[in-house]
Ligand binder design. Structure first.
Ligand SMILES: [Cu+2]
Length: 651
């Protein structure tokens, strides 16, 4: 690309942003009855749960649709002082990695588990981009119960999209790195020494447990997004890749040279066959697998160090490249599985590929050469059609139940509705501002619910009352039941809502757990009655076996702790009623509070530095006498001979 073209490209990118940011207000697109469409009467429930990624907050937001009310923030990859996730001794192992304890993550793409191509409400998965990991959230407890690290990967962006029956999740390297050879190489030897890896993570259908089945070595491109096939294309999963120029510096220029990059089509059934046939080699990179044991209510980390690697050169039919204009970002598969829509963020059109044509082109070997042994299919042989002049900067596409597709346009800041099959654009809706992903409830499934499209916007600017330089991010709810899209409302989100998924409320609310049964609590430090409460010294460690019930803790007076001790408060909430958590905090604790659900045991580590009497109390307003739910711990000098003792009401 010459300099003038390069300059005009960046000008275009900036201009798009500027256009988006100077549009003022959306009063003209809001009809009078928009409010009634999002109004959920006090005491009534929403129709859908929506899960948004928290982006750089590392968490997941749970919203009700259509009210767009925030119901909960689920801690996943970041510590959460609100409930002690990642601070309590039980949950710390969830954040262990081969790089040590990592208290923060960058969460991108929530993905509901699927059965026959539709969300089934079993689990929610989400990827971590920065330190490659995938988490599983149990949708009966809405808690993170498993996190697996992905070795040989960097920038785990195209992840964790499930196959049609959640047989596998995928992970791909957005940033290629040296993998199989020497890792200490000059960055300028990128083309010779860097590699990409695609990972297939097997999901146990009973427990949901994830295991790295195999990795596939691919050229050092930047793998960006993924969607699994479904229906006719169920054996396949599709990745976009950019930077096919294999540049390693000033990528904004050097990774935008080629007119076409690629979609990588991976046949995961073939991968299974090659694994079974012993075609994989073994590699040794360390990665962590953290699981919350529901019986002990405590997470455990397992350190793994072998992984299987398939090389496409030894595995014909495993992977193919489909040429795609230009720096493609999103790739999405239509409800029947026939159409594969790719969005080249620098392209002036949206190419739609046909699965049927792809299968035929593979059979007839309609190739344009190969890259590192991976055949490149001919563009025209696979193309079903092109959506012409859709707008600027197409990113992602979702589908409704009426045969329409909705594509987000980052640069022209709009959602464009077009028809599958005729590829004609039928409507546009400006969004505020600079939309990234969009989401139609069920819009990635075989049977979309339709009804709404949610714009997940990157820039907020003037949408809400200003809150200084830092603004929340913004989403918008749009009605898609008519021919014309209808703007309903704006709402703020936590972190950056990269992507979202929605599921019918009925599928989740019935099975939502209300309490943990005390009799099922096999935590090694659980205390199930006040009679069993005690304080035990083990050298410098002091273990407090504590219970809480409205409105006292047992014990509430503790003496004999010494400066230099490490104190563990193992607190069991004896309540067996819904929505009666207790909290625990002690003065000077440099940790967080604990929030303990009924029937649960949680542990706070405390290292008192000075002599004194330290109050502790319940942090969650639990009863009329909540303010009285308080006790004292006495800390004596290191050489003191105060006996260890504990009591409640002098007993
Ligand atoms: Cu309380």
């Amino acid at each position: 690309m010459n300099t003038i073209l390069k300059t005009s490209l960046s000008t275009l990118l900036l201009a798009g942003l500027a256009v988006g940011c100077t549009q003022k207000g959306n009063k003209s697109v809001v009809d009078g009855d928009a409010a009634s469409q999002v109004y959920v009467e006090p005491g009534q429930y929403d129709d859908y749960y929506m899960f948004t990624s928290g982006g750089f907050s590392g968490q997941v937001g749970v919203y009700g649709l259509p009210s767009c009310r925030l119901l909960k923030v689920l801690p996943v990859f970041s510590q959460n002082p609100e409930n002690g996730y990642g601070y309590s001794e039980e949950t710390k192992p969830m954040l262990m990695t081969s790089h040590g304890f990592i208290p923060w993550g960058d969460a991108h793409h929530p993905a509901l588990s699927k059965t026959d191509g539709d969300a089934d409400g079993r689990w929610l998965f989400i990827n971590e981009n920065n330190t490659p990991r995938i988490a599983r959230i149990d949708l009966t407890t809405f808690t993170t119960t498993e996190i697996i690290e992905i070795p040989n990967s960097a920038g785990n962006h195209p992840s964790p999209y499930p196959t049609e029956n959640t047989e596998y999740l995928v992970a791909g390297t957005r940033f290629s790195v040296p993998i199989t050879g020497n890792k200490d190489v000059p960055i300028s030897t990128y083309k010779e020494n860097f590699q990409g890896a695609i990972s297939l993570i097997k999901v146990d259908q009973e427990s949901g447990e994830m295991n790295l089945a195999t990795q596939i070595l691919v050229p050092p491109f930047d793998f960006d997004k993924n969607r699994a096939g479904k229906g006719v294309s169920r054996d396949w999963t599709f990745f976009t890749c950019y930077n096919t120029e294999e540049s390693f510096t000033m990528k904004e220029v050097h990774a935008s040279q080629n007119d076409k990059d690629y979609i990588l089509a991976v046949n995961w059934k073939k991968a299974e066959e090659y694994l079974a046939a012993g075609k994989a080699t073994e590699m040794n990179s360390v990665y962590y697998h953290n699981i919350m044991d529901e019986h002990t209510q405590t997470a455990k980390s397992e350190v793994l160090n072998t992984q299987k690697i398939l090389n496409p050169k030894d595995c014909p039919g495993l992977v193919y490249f489909i040429p795609c204009p230009k720096s493609p970002h999103g790739v999405d598969v239509s409800p029947t599985g026939e159409y594969i829509v790719a969005s080249g963020k620098l392209a002036a059109l949206i190419p739609v590929f046909s699965y049927e044509k792809m299968a035929k082109a593979i059979e007839e070997k309609q190739f344009d050469g190969d890259i590192d042994g991976i055949p490149v299919l001919k563009y025209e042989a696979v193309l079903a059609g092109e959506v012409e002049k859709p707008g600027l900067g197409p990113l992602h596409t979702e589908f409704d139940d009426q045969g329409y597709a909705y594509t987000s346009m980052f640069l022209s800041s709009e959602i464009v509705k077009w028809k599958l099959g005729t590829w004609e654009v039928v409507d546009r809706m400006p969004v505020y501002y600079s939309i990234g992903h969009l989401m139609v409830p069920g819009g990635d499934s075989k049977n979309p619910y339709g009804k709404y499209v949610i714009a997940l916007n990157k820039i907020t600017k003037d949408r809400y009352l200003p809150t200084g330089p830092e603004l929340t991010q913004s989403a918008q709810l749009i009605d898609i039941t008519g021919q014309k899209m209808k703007m309903l409302m704006d709402f703020p989100t936590i972190g950056e809502p990269h992507y979202a998924q929605a599921i019918s409320a009925e599928l989740l609310m019935e099975k939502s757990l209300k309490i943990f049964k005390l009799e099922d609590n096999h935590h090694p430090y659980a205390t199930k009655t006040e009679a069993e409460t005690k304080v035990v010294r083990e050298g410098k460690e002091v273990h407090v076996y504590m219970t809480m019930i409205r409105s006292h803790s047992a014990p509430d007076n503790i003496e004999g702790i010494k400066v230099g001790d490490i104190v563990y408060f193992h607190v069991t909430n004896l309540e067996q009623d819904w929505d009666v958590p207790h909290g625990f905090a002690i003065k000077g604790a440099n940790n967080s509070e604990l929030l303990i659900m009924p029937g649960e045991t949680r542990t706070l580590k405390w290292e008192p530095k000075d002599v004194g009497v330290y109050p502790f109390y319940c942090t969650d307003f639990c009863s009329a006498l909540h303010q009285e739910m308080q006790g004292y711990a006495r800390v004596s000098p290191a050489n003191s001979n105060v006996e260890l003792s504990w009591s409640l009401d002098g007993k």
